[in-house]
Design a protein around this ligand. Sequence first.
Ligand code: BG6
Length: 483
Amino acid sequence: MTNPKVSPKSRASVIVSIIAARSDALVFFGATGDLAYKKVFPALHAMVHRERLAVPIIGVAKQGWGLEELRARARKSVAEHALVKDDAALQQLCELLRYVDGDYNDAATFEALRQALGDAKRPLHYLAIPPSLFGVVVSHLKASGAADNARVVVEKPFGRDLDSAKALNATLHGAFDESAIFRIDHYLGKETVQNLRFFRFANTFLEPIWNRHYVKSVQITMAESFGVQGRGAFYEEAGAIRDVVQNHMLQVVGMLAMEPPATTYVESARDELVKVFRQIAPLEPQNVVRGQFEGYREEPGVAADSQVETFAALRLRIDSWRWHGVPFFIRAGKCLPLTRTEVVVNFERPPLARLVPRSSNFIRLQLTPDLEIALGVQVKKAGERMIGEPSELTLLNRATVDEAGAYERLLGDAMAGDPTLFAREDAVEAAWAIVDPVVHTPTALKLYQPGVWGPAAASSLTEDVGGWTALSGRADGAEPHDA
Ligand code: BG6
């Protein structure tokens, strides 16, 4: 919201007061949609349950509904998806709800929204709608005055490539200052992902070894044993690289590779993330393997000759003092042998090659479904000979809050104006710059059978570092191979 009549000094004080003040109403567009049903209502319910939400909540959609239908939807959603059950909180949530039915292209919808906002002075607008609608909604919010002193929350995917992300940012900046824009990447709201940063910087013993002198490779796997679950039409527009690599996976890379943030400046953690993204070379075709599970083309909404990837493996190069020469690998896919997200930091082999033929020192950090931290070590094999065998010491195994918790936390932070766990404009654009060459000129697509670790070519990416480290040392399905 750049107002030329406001002096830089007074603009700064306006921004600070926006940051400090809690939002006094929550508006969510797309109130009758899937995202609202699966994530937003359960998160709102949890916030009311924890006494962190007591302001008007206004759903907006074009469904021909009234308030009672929205309340019924909220009840159903909470019954199906909420982690905590609290009838009193549900009742309170229903009382806080308002509903505006109308077309997003119609100024009258936004007039009705202004009415529904009543005395609210600092609303939070959550756009749980397709990005193609952001432009029209944002310009009506501005024209109606509903954007004044307001914040806006947007969902991923944030653009389809670097250019469209820039255009989307320009659209949002047409009505909102960057400090009032909150781009959700729900991975950042996960307790386990926050622990990555904490674990790295809260433990002195890590720093001396967390660099190119000791680390041989870093591998991140986001495996899902299920397919696209009826989201074929969405997935056709996305594919694994746009859906999870450009955002969730690169954020994890950033947490692992960033320099320690200064503790005295609120933006410093996000500054360090951006620096890492800018040090990652744009992907070259030989460092990317795209796969598609057999059967994907029969999914509803999917083209019979679809070239969209449901699996991607990639090798990244970080051109920094700390990481020069250390490959970072990502593999993410649907219909893999199991569902889990895990980071493995593999260390160089000690110089006793006779005793320890291959490197087996690693730190394993499991991010989903639960937090697990393990250490891969060599121990002496019992017996007369001085030879080792690999063993894994599980240091911590803790069930944590799941994604509903992530949404609850992120919405709460956005209402409080705390941007720490949201993707900043420059970070989103820098992340797109990494994958841009591949989304524009996709590499050949290889088919794989459901239940294996993607196509065989995925193995070739990690050949020089001893292959992919098996997940959690458990039996985890067949090696990668082609269908
Ligand atoms: C979403 C993707 O952002 O993240 C989905 O669109 C994916 O395709 C999901 O399944 C995974 O998130 P989580 O929290 O369930 O691991």
